[in-house]
Design a protein around this ligand. Sequence first.
Ligand SMILES: *[C@@H]1O[C@H](CO)[C@@H](O)[C@H](O)[C@H]1NC(C)=O
Ligand SMILES: *[C@@H]1O[C@H](CO)[C@@H](O)[C@H](O)[C@H]1NC(C)=O
Ligand SMILES: *[C@@H]1O[C@H](CO)[C@@H](O)[C@H](O)[C@H]1NC(C)=O
Length: 506
Amino acid sequence: MTPTLTALLCLASDFLPGTLPKPTLWAEPDSMIALGSPVTIWCQGTLGAKEYRLDKEGSSEPWDTQKPLEPGDKAKFNIPFVTEQNAGRYRCSYHSPAGWSERSDPLELVVTAPYGELTLTALPSPAVISGGKVTLQCGSWLEFDKFILTKEGEQKFNWTQDSQQHSYRGSQALFPVGPVTPSHRWMFRCYGYQRNNPWVLAGPSDLLELLVSGSSRKPSLLSPQGPVLALGQNLILQCRSDVGYDRFALSQEGGRGLPQRPGRQPQAGLTQAEFPLGPVSHSHGGQYRCYGGHNLSSKWSAPSDPLDILIAGQIPDTPSLSAQPGPMVASGEDVTLLCQSSRRIDTFLLTKEGATDPPLRLRSKYKARRYQAEFSMSPVTSAHGGTYRCYGSRSHSPYLLSLSSDPLDLSQGAGQGGWNETWVDLRGNVMRLRVEDRGPTPPPPDVSFSESEPPSVPAPHPQVLTQWVMEAVTLIPENLPYSSQSYAQYRGEGSAPQRTREQGGH
Ligand SMILES: *[C@@H]1O[C@H](CO)[C@@H](O)[C@H](O)[C@H]1NC(C)=O
Ligand SMILES: *[C@@H]1O[C@H](CO)[C@@H](O)[C@H](O)[C@H]1NC(C)=O
Ligand SMILES: *[C@@H]1O[C@H](CO)[C@@H](O)[C@H](O)[C@H]1NC(C)=O
């Protein structure tokens, strides 16, 4: 550089923009502001500035000019109600006796507007295992070009994603998030916008907080009403633990909510929360898990075992349930419960009244022009006794069931006409009797000794039998003494056991 030119530049720099310190530009309370809210834009220069000027990109005219506030190093530009026209990129400069300052770095004033009902959903669930990943779906019925996902709270961050067009209407974007850790809270919102106007954001969506489940002991989740509910029935789920959690959270797979309830202590050493989910609608059908946590911690326990809530009566079909060879069975024998339907059923479910286990499920087979499934129990033990029902479901909505079959009682065949052989005890001896059941009202039983197995003790006299309170029972452990409480009572009084014959010693 020649000396002359250097001298010239030094001289010029006293009078040209750029010699004064560059002003700073910011917005209060924030540069992202909801439509209709007030915002103040501040420009700070140096003492002695006479005038401040705010320029909005796209216009050669100054957007506004202001005299500085005392002591004179900054000016404010008030916008009492932000409109979409206020959104954009701003710069400011100030005038002092030395001339105009250089322009500030840009301020992007972003206006958020509640258009398009943005929904933010975690797939498959807002409950994520520590170290796991989740996909956040931001969607709207409006067609946006782009979506922004913002992470709120301590570690603010945001991602922008092009939208994918929905199959028919609206738009959405998927944001893979993770691995998530329980070190801090994971809270998100999302927005949508058009490419030609990136300063007007539609949104925000509701806040979505992920629940990061950890490794502390899982609570247990139960449905006191059983796993199968009818429409309109009141659904309450209980989450409980002996770990002493202060609060519990409930997740439904594919569901958006993650309700939390404080833990109560119904008895020492146990805390529990109830989640009243209201009258059952078909959307309550699904898989649930619950989590335990402590009040001032973002850490949650491991997930409970999943609980399926099934809604009956959602397929207009009533399957039939029968037992083969019959509902009265001796312990150690085999019985098969056959559930059948003439309509298309993909899976049959077998429930037992009062059982806490999930229902048994079997894929249906098409046989003899009927859909059917065979639930076999072999060998039968006393634990199998109870009242069974079966239901059908279809694979596209596995939590919605048919109507219930008629109940089938495996321990009380009397009146169903469906049982034949059992073991009963007379005078403390085990003998095999054949009992024929003739109908729904307890009929006089015909009693005869089995041909195949002559009793090893003298058979009772017929008179003994007529007075005997015959306890028609199943599930009697062979050769084991048993108490009369274990039987369903079946009075055979007044019967005429003509066909009884004595065998053996007489
Ligand atoms: C995204 O992050 C940038 C940089 O931190 C920030 O300036 C901008 O305001 C954020 N956008 C939103 C929508 O939060
Ligand atoms: C935890 O928080 C809930 C709700 O804020 C409160 O009812 C409960 O007493 C708290 N439990 C403990 C142990 O602080
Ligand atoms: C009992 O068994 C006999 C002979 O096996 C059979 O004919 C009869 O139908 C059975 N009764 C019932 C109620 O199942």
